[in-house]
Design a protein around this ligand. Structure first.
Ligand SMILES: Cc1cc2nc3c(=O)[nH]c(=O)nc-3n(C[C@H](O)[C@H](O)[C@H](O)COP(=O)(O)OP(=O)(O)OC[C@H]3O[C@@H](n4cnc5c(N)ncnc54)[C@H](O)[C@@H]3O)c2cc1C
Length: 272
């Protein structure tokens, strides 16, 4: 399947007070192979303009160069999202309407309507990652990770899940052992970190999947490696967003260090 193309909105609904689920149709979606944690780049046009897509010959680097070559007033804004679910030739994407300054993706989702058109790159099978084969998989994240965790839970039955959300109204039905943590105004990530710190995990081999706000992910990883003595290679981690920074802002030194570790660790991701 060609990972680049257009997506047209066919339905929009609120699944929680802060989550908008958008159903998209588009050419190539019916051929999309299913796998857990399918990430894609969505391309949002400047308000009131049609989306202009880069030329595509199947090579991701050339596609990205062509994207950068689009004049800045016409170039779509690119943001990362996850396929929440799919049904033949449609996919659902859940947009968290986060507090604070709305970026272009959140502003778009607030007003999304049937007929709206975005661009996409992905999901691309080249970025597919194998799931851990450890006895227990710990999944931890904030509300932006619910789509990925839901898809992982459809594949594994050995997961212990921790999800921090703004409050009780933000919970969504998920199978298995899920610990919901309510922020209720506390600092983002603090309730999640405390719950993971206090957790008694089953005996046997362990692995973790961590994502969400980047500082929170770092703190979780530091706990698992530093306090619990886990092997770094047992932890898959992704900073999904950064406080006070947009996805377009330059990487911080901590982001660069994370990226270097991910490159170094990727060969060893099998759990321990
Ligand atoms: C692989 C991957 C998969 C992702 N999947 C999803 C998904 O399925 N659903 C989803 O909702 N998000 C998902 N995200 C996160 C999403 O890409 C970011 O939240 C993104 O920054 C939103 O873009 P924006 O244009 O609204 O905000 P930006 O323009 O990027 O940022 C504007 C401001 O909003 C703040 N901000 C951004 N996100 C949040 C947040 N969640 N909570 C509080 N403040 C925030 C920033 O700190 C900044 O101050 C994913 C990210 C990655 C890397």
């Amino acid at each position: 399947m060609n990972p680049a193309g257009l997506l047209e909105v066919t339905a929009v609904r609120r699944v929680t007070p802060r989550t908008v689920r958008v159903t998209f149709t588009g050419s190539g979606l019916a051929d999309l192979e299913p796998w857990p944690d399918q990430q894609l780049k969505l391309l949002f046009p400047p308000p009131g303009r049609p989306v202009r897509l880069p030329s595509d010959d199947g090579d991701v680097m050339r596609w990205y160069q062509a994207y950068l070559a689009i004049p800045s007033g016409e170039r779509p804004v690119m943001r990362s999202y996850t396929v929440r679910s799919r049904d033949r030739d449609t996919i659902d994407v859940d947009f968290v309407l986060h507090p604070g300054p709305a970026g272009p993706a959140t502003a778009w989702a607030r007003q999304a309507a049937a007929g709206d058109v975005l661009g996409r790159y992905g999901p691309d099978p080249a970025y597919r990652r194998p799931l851990s084969t450890a006895d227990t998989l710990v999944c931890a994240g904030d509300e932006t990770t619910i789509p990925a965790i839901a898809s992982i839970l459809s594949e594994v039955d050995n997961a212990v899940v921790f999800v921090e959300v703004a409050g009780a109204a933000e919970e969504q039905p998920l199978p298995g052992e899920v610990h919901w943590l309510h922020r209720d105004g506390a600092e983002h990530g603090s309730r999640l970190l405390a719950a993971v710190r206090d957790a008694k995990l089953p005996d046997g081999s362990v692995a973790a999947w961590l994502a969400g706000e980047a500082g929170m992910v770092r703190a979780l990883r530091r706990h698992l490696v530093g306090d619990r003595g886990w092997d770094k290679s047992a932890i898959e981690f992704t900073g999904y967003w950064r406080r006070r920074l947009t996805q377009d802002d330059a990487p911080t030194p901590e982001d660069l260090a994370d990226a270097a570790e991910k490159l170094g660790d990727s060969a060893g991701w099998t759990g321990n």
